[in-house]
Write a protein that binds this ligand. Structure first.
Ligand code: FA5
Length: 342
């Protein structure tokens, strides 16, 4: 092999041994195989200038060098690429046996869940769910419910007025009137929703809270139906052993009226911290719809009678979820609320 070719081959071998990455390899390819100034190409151009008797051997040697350089570069490129890919795979390796990161799911608010449970129970008993406005006129919140002007419940210290005649509803009983105006008996409806009072906040009072109203109007409805319905509700909500007790009470829109209690689900009436030793927990107010209320919406009280009830949802939720202050339900602190996910 001519000396000049031999020297370039050795130089190439030394250079090749120093190549550690694909960038250096590309530079080396330019140095030897570049069309314009590549060292091998410079030799190819020389072939024509070599004396004719040496030209054949020289040309053959240059060609062999060219093939050698090309195949060496190609081999090293394949090696470097395989190495780079192996490194990348190692870097991006995912251990699929590691336990996954649990995604954080949202969930329903305890009040919403309570409300849905209540709706399910009454819908299964044949009730439909009604809705009514939270901003109400005095007519629906008071007059139509037999609460005349001058009645203490209408006072500004109890009610959040928006104008002289418009207020935030203080009870869901408004929906009784709105429903009876629209629909004729037989009626079996419940109306869950927000109500507002100027109550001083404490562990069992919040200025905004939830009630569920119930109303049944039909022929021959009597107190026994009211008691049976609430007893069945309590049984389905708190378990088969839960009992109810009715205490006489006064609400202007019912006669007779009562407060209904249920036996404490924790101590079953023995007395404990949940029922504060009483064995009974207040559920809400109820009674037979007052004849004046029926007459006011054009229903003849001689033909139809009805019962109604209004239960506090917040206190029920607090008891069931073991919450000792209903105000916590409205602070929207996710550290508190996330305890009540499914
Ligand atoms: C009423 O609101 C009547 N409308 C209920 C009624 C309906 C009686 C139909 C007869 C016929 P009362 O003011 O007692 O009643 O409220 C009912 C329930 O709401 C209470 O038992 C209590 O559970 C809940 N409640 C009352 N005030 C608050 C408050 N500030 N925060 C949370 N819950 C309250």
């Amino acid at each position: 092999m001519p000396e000049q070719v031999e020297t370039l081959k050795k130089q190439f071998q030394t250079d090749l041994a120093g190549v550690k990455d694909l960038a250096a390899l590309s530079a080396l390819r330019d140095k030897y195989m570049g069309r314009k100034s590549g060292l091998v190409h410079a030799l190819i151009k020389q072939i024509g200038r070599v004396p004719p008797e040496e030209r054949r051997a020289f040309g053959q040697a240059v060609n062999e060098l060219k093939t050698y350089v090309e195949s060496s570069l190609e081999r090293l490129r394949a090696e470097l690429e395989a190495h780079a890919q192996a490194e990348q795979l190692e870097r991006e390796r995912v251990d699929i046996t590691l336990p996954g990161l649990r995604p954080r799911f949202g969930h329903l608010h305890p009040i919403t869940r309570m409300r849905q449970r209540i709706e399910d129970i009454f819908v299964a008993m044949g009730y439909t769910v009604e809705d009514g406005p939270e901003v109400e006129t005095s007519f629906y919140n008071f007059d139509a419910l037999n609460i005349p002007p001058g009645h203490p419940a209408r006072e500004a210290q109890d009610t959040l007025y928006l104008s002289s005649d418009i207020a935030l509803r203080t009870q869901t009983s408004t929906v009784q009137i709105r429903t009876m105006e629209r629909r004729r008996p037989p009626l079996r409806i419940i109306a869950p929703g927000k109500v507002f009072r100027r109550d001083t906040p404490d562990p069992t009072h919040n200025p905004m809270f939830y009630q569920v109203e119930g109303l049944t109007v039909d022929r021959n409805i009597h107190m026994g139906h009211l008691k049976g319905t609430l007893q069945e509700f309590v049984r389905r909500m708190f378990g088969p052993d839960a009992k109810t007790r009715f205490r006489p009470s006064y609400f202007p829109f019912v006669e007779p009226g009562a407060e209904v209690d249920y036996s404490c689900f924790l101590c079953r009436g023995q007395g404990c911290r949940v029922c504060k030793g009483a064995g009974w927990i207040e559920l809400g107010g109820c009674g037979m719809v007052h004849p004046k209320v029926l007459r006011g919406v054009g229903i003849d009280p001689e033909e139809f009678t009805g019962f109604a009830f209004g239960l506090g949802i917040d206190r029920m939720a607090a008891l069931i979820y073991g919450i000792d202050d209903i105000r916590l339900l409205y602070e929207n602190d996710t550290r508190f609320l996330e305890q009540f996910g499914l």
